[in-house]
Design a protein around this ligand. Structure first.
Ligand SMILES: NC(=O)c1ccc[n+]([C@@H]2O[C@H](COP(=O)([O-])OP(=O)(O)OC[C@H]3O[C@@H](n4cnc5c(N)ncnc54)[C@H](O)[C@@H]3O)[C@@H](O)[C@H]2O)c1
Length: 266
């Protein structure tokens, strides 16, 4: 059995998921971390969704707690870090997974409120969780942070605020990694590509009014690697590696998990 995270305490944000047929990134990361021996604090705006993840982990004999918090709010991030330390005595791993898209089509049509909302939820949230978790990691002299970015940060896509906020996540990763490297804290990020998750399929088919099967086919055909889109598990396996001690010499990495999408021309 995989015990790479035995004895570790992890916080995963966005550990619930958008309802749908497949597994989301945050839920897959949480389940996989628990399978690898971590105790996981499942943070989500929607407590019921985090509790569903908790039930999945419980059925497999793992340990987790579900916690309601809005990670775009400083006070909620402070309470999250405090609750984790109170419950488990330490914080070894933080996965910043929360992120949203939206009707984000370019500078003329994009509403200012939506730009602000996307930046608050995708980028400011990661600053805030780091702000309140890092002091615990610094005291321990160790820690691993994994931020979930997107290939949109580096590939040409029409989404303006989403792309720019995710480019900010890559930059935040570099900045925090350099500031905390000498303290034994590693900070890396993952850029998932086209994934078959409820947020991407059910979410976008609703938002764009596209038939779900057509959307799946269109996304599959854009992935260079045979097999089409990736899944939440692909993101989770990369997060597990980066969070574990196997990655002890890896910090400030920006890892695409995208079936080759970043290298594709056109
Ligand atoms: N699915 C893809 O194709 C894809 C591709 C690239 C990147 N990503 C990134 O993956 C991440 C999430 O993927 P997912 O599959 O877990 O999505 P998801 O929508 O299934 O889950 C996100 C969870 O975050 C929660 N949430 C939203 N706002 C919150 C807030 N302010 N505070 C706390 N919780 C909040 C939601 O309730 C939801 O349960 C995002 O950062 C996204 O940008 C996804």
């Amino acid at each position: 059995m995989d015990k790479r995270l035995e004895g570790k305490i992890a916080i995963v944000t966005g550990a619930g998921q958008t309802p749908g047929d497949t597994i989301g990134n945050g839920r897959a990361i949480s389940v996989l971390f628990a399978r690898a021996g971590a105790k996981v604090m499942l943070v989500d705006l929607r407590l019921d969704s985090a509790q569903e993840t908790q039930a999945m982990i419980g059925r497999e004999g793992g340990e987790s707690i579900a916690f309601a918090a809005d990670v775009s709010r400083a006070e909620d991030c402070r309470r999250t870090a405090e609750k984790c330390a109170e419950t488990y005595g330490r914080i070894d791993i933080l996965v910043n997974n929360v992120g949203i898209g939206g009707e984000d089509r370019g500078p003329v049509d994009l509403k200012e409120e939506l730009w602000d909302r996307i930046f608050r939820i995708n980028l400011k949230s990661m600053f805030l969780t780091c702000k309140y978790v890092l002091p615990y990691m610094e005291k321990q002299g160790s820690g691993s942070i994994v931020n979930i970015s997107s290939v949109a940060a580096v590939c040409a896509v029409s989404m303006l605020a989403y792309k720019t906020s995710k480019a900010g996540v890559n930059a935040l990763t570099h900045s925090v990694a350099m500031k905390y490297a000498s303290k034994g804290i590693r900070v890396n990020c993952i850029m998932p590509g086209l994934m078959n998750t409820p947020m991407a399929i059910e979410g976008f088919s609703r938002l764009l009014g596209i038939n779900k099967e057509d959307l799946i086919q269109a996304r599959n055909s854009r992935v260079p690697l045979k097999g089409g889109m990736g899944s939440g598990w692909d993101t989770a396996y990369a997060a597990l590696f980066l969070a574990s001690d196997e990655a002890k010499f890896i910090t400030a990495a920006v890892l695409p998990v995208d079936g080759g999408q970043c290298a594709k021309i056109g």
